[in-house]
Design a protein around this ligand. Structure first.
Ligand code: SAH
Ligand code: SF4
Length: 342
């Protein structure tokens, strides 16, 4: 459901303008899930609409032991499956983590989605429907939640599906539909340089996270094949472009992999790399605890991660270790792989 679908219905059924407003209200304020739920429409009109309201349908839903992470396996119109996640990282702060592709082409060695390979791009509506899906879930379960934060950190590389992702960002910030503040939306990329620049030009208020994970080309290339076409120096220029044009903080994601990228020498390289940015004080490093996948890496011990963070901070950089939610339901970063569910 998006503004375009409502416009199609209004045109096909030759409805007056107030019907359009009723439909917008029903789906984007009341969180109705089907046309049948829209009681402001007459019964005959409701049944005459032969389009489904949603492009995603629930196949299975898991709730974490702590009750603060929810993962749904949802089916698309062509039967393909994706996962989408709802998180409550702090009491009362709700966020959903949405997918942009079925699978992913980027083949990062540590990521379960990357191991699936790429199947297809999602449409803009399939992307934004994941947000509606969670709003409907919140309503149906009677949860005390106001879902106003969206992160593009589910399955897929958002900038590989740039057109649909950009359209979905316009829809999420559209005052007529989702009306979500640009500053409450974050897009994470493995580093597709040209798209970072386009994104900056078009969405300067939306948060950007760059998945770095290593600060030397050799190591990064080993972990992330995307480093070959877009090596670190080019990536840094794109990050500078974002920071220069937006004056906003840029998030750098760095997974801690035991013995691979977590040693003091790696931290020093990261410091050097970030200091080479035009405005290093606007970079914030999120150290991510590695979530187990079948990929063969191991998570860094806590003490090693803390020592790594201390080196960054001693050098004047801003850094935090990101809390992991949803590991028990394989709903944490990089674990989305439709495991055992299909
Ligand atoms: N494709 C985009 C966004 C989705 S991945 C990207 O790569 O940025 C979201 C985040 O999860 C990225 O920072 C990614 O590197 C990280 N990630 C992938 N696999 C992970 C794993 N096994 N453990 C922890 N984080 C992981
Ligand atoms: Fe794709 Fe991101 Fe996973 Fe890399 S980390 S394979 S870019 S989803």
């Amino acid at each position: 459901m998006d503004a375009q679908r409502i416009d199609t219905i209004v045109e096909t059924h030759d409805l007056p303008t107030y019907r359009r407003q009723q439909l917008l209200h029903a789906f984007f304020t009341e969180n109705c899930a089907t046309f049948d739920d829209v009681t402001t429409l007459s019964k005959s009109l409701r049944t005459s609409i032969d389009l489904p309201a949603m492009t995603v349908r629930k196949r299975r839903l898991l709730v974490s032991n702590e009750g603060n992470a929810f993962k749904a396996l949802v089916e698309l119109d062509d039967g393909k499956l994706i996962e989408t996640v709802l998180l409550e990282p702090k009491p009362g702060l709700w966020s959903c983590c949405i997918s942009s592709q079925v699978g992913c082409l980027m083949k990062c060695s540590f990521c379960a989605t990357g191991r699936l390979g790429f199947t297809r791009h999602l449409t803009s509506e399939e992307i934004t429907d994941q947000v509606l899906f969670w709003r409907q879930y919140i309503r149906a379960e009677g949860l005390e939640a106001n879902l106003r934060n969206v992160v593009y950190m589910g399955m897929g590389e958002p900038f590989h599906n740039k057109d649909a992702v950009f359209a979905s960002l316009r829809e999420l910030t559209n005052p007529e539909t989702f009306n979500i503040g640009a500053r409450s939306i974050s897009v994470s990329t493995s580093g597709l340089v040209p798209a970072i620049e386009e994104f900056t030009d078009q969405f300067p208020q939306i948060n950007l996270a760059v998945s770095l994970h290593a600060a030397t080309d050799e190591l990064r290339q080993h972990l992330m094949p995307v480093n070959k076409p877009y090596p670190l120096e080019k990536l840094r220029a794109a990050m500078d472009y974002y920071v220069d044009n937006t004056n906003r903080k840029l998030f750098i994601e760095y997974i801690m992999l035991d013995g691979e990228n977590d040693q003091p020498a790696h931290a020093e390289k990261l410091v050097q790399y970030i200091r080479g940015m035009a405005r290093p004080h606007l970079a914030h490093v999120n150290l991510i605890v590695y979530n187990p996948t079948d990929a063969g890496h191991r998570e860094s011990p806590r003490a090693i991660a803390r020592a790594f963070m201390a080196i960054l901070k001693d050098n004047g950089l801003s850094a935090t270790i990101r809390k992991n939610l949803g590991r028990d339901i394989n709903g944490a970063c990089g674990q989305l792989a439709l495991k055992g569910q299909v």
